[in-house]
Design a protein around this ligand. Structure first.
Ligand code: UDP
Ligand code: MG
Length: 325
């Protein structure tokens, strides 16, 4: 293939502190790739504003006026990183042969994009960026992330280890991705399911260049939990098995205490009684909660609500200048 059209998709949520740097670096890289003849002059960078509350969209818009390689997509409200990314991918693929997704904070080494493109030219449809180490993360984030990968692996979900959403996908792969209709799309789990020829590129992850993380602990836990329950029903089976075990145990103990009673030794009883009530009660609550979690998922899926709503798509404007901010 000669000169594929590349679009770099960058989801942004309240990123005003870092955006100017991101514009400069990505544009610099894109021009280099064009000059080297690796990608077409039609290539673009698409910034997706995920309902930011700061000046993010204003910056994207203004950059779009000055810079022919920059396009903007404004979502009508904040829909979260995964959905914002999807909005960007689905919009970008209409104008591209391949798309690269990357975070706005420049934590991922943008030079790796060149290697992504080389792999694409060599016939790979999906190329994963994989972090060599996690030195820039706090010990807490590192260990929780590791725990998460371990659990997912146990549950039989095929994740690419230490891969965040920094990857290249061919247009064809994104087309197929669009057919996965789930409302709760966990990209890192779904993309490997697409199949196709894929490869990984290793890189060092850096510190966030500016601004603060948009993934506080609460969101991280929610993300991990969603990832697990979207892909596996093993947790619910685990509850079922625990239920059976505790049921049989209570039969055995019940028999034992009954025997004690009839053969003269009346058990004082209260401790064992209250402990088992709490034990069984707790197990039941966990079980009900877990079932509720899955039913909630089903409920959300049956409604088939759109994952995101586009407000402004500068790809479909003759020029962003023609549209009022
Ligand atoms: N992001 C987004 N919508 C959100 C939260 C985050 O589009 O609701 C973007 C954010 O602007 C960034 C990327 O997702 O480009 C990853 O977020 P962040 O760097 O804060 O996460 P971390 O690297 O700390 O896990
Ligand atoms: Mg980050």
């Amino acid at each position: 293939m000669i000169d594929p059209v590349l679009t770099i998709v960058v989801p942004c949520y309240n990123e005003e502190d870092v955006l100017q740097e991101t514009f400069n670096q990505l544009q610099g890289l894109l021009i280099e790739l064009m000059d080297e003849g690796l990608v077409s002059r039609q290539s673009k960078i698409l910034f997706v504003d995920d309902g930011s509350k700061d000046r993010t969209w204003e910056l994207i818009y203004k950059e779009g006026l000055r810079n022919e390689y920059v396009r903007g997509l404004k979502l009508s409200r904040n829909v979260g990183h995964q959905n914002a990314l999807l909005a960007g991918l689905f919009t970008a693929k209409e104008h591209s042969d391949c798309v690269v997704s990357i975070d706005a904070d420049l934590q991922d080494d943008i030079r790796v994009i060149r290697e992504f493109v080389m792999k694409f030219l060599a016939g790979y449809e999906i190329v994963y960026g994989v972090r060599k180490g996690r030195d820039t993360d706090t010990l807490f984030k590192r260990s929780t992330a590791q725990g998460f990968y371990k659990i997912m692996k146990k549950l039989g979900v095929d994740l690419v280890y230490n891969h965040a959403d920094f990857r290249l996908m061919s247009k064809r792969a994104v087309d197929e991705l669009e057919r996965f209709n789930e409302v709760n799309l966990f990209l890192r789990g779904i993309v490997p399911l697409l199949g196709f020829r894929s490869d990984v590129v290793y890189y060092d992850r850096l510190e966030r260049q500016a601004g603060v993380t948009k993934y506080p602990l609460k969101k991280m836990i929610g993300f991990a939990f969603d990832g697990i329950t979207s892909f596996s029903i093993s947790p619910i089976r685990f509850v079922l098995i625990t239920g059976f075990v505790s049921f049989f145990m209570s039969l055995v103990f019940g028999g034992y205490f009954l025997a004690l009673k009839f053969f003269g030794h009346t058990a004082t009883g209260w401790t064992s009684l209250i402990t088992s009530i709490w034990l069984i009660g707790g197990l039941q609550l966990i079980a009900i909660g877990l079932i509720g979690e899955y039913i909630g998922k089903i409920y959300k899926e049956t409604k088939q609500r759109p994952k995101y709503i586009v407000d402004i798509d500068s790809f479909n404007l003759p020029h962003p200048r023609n549209h009022l901010l």
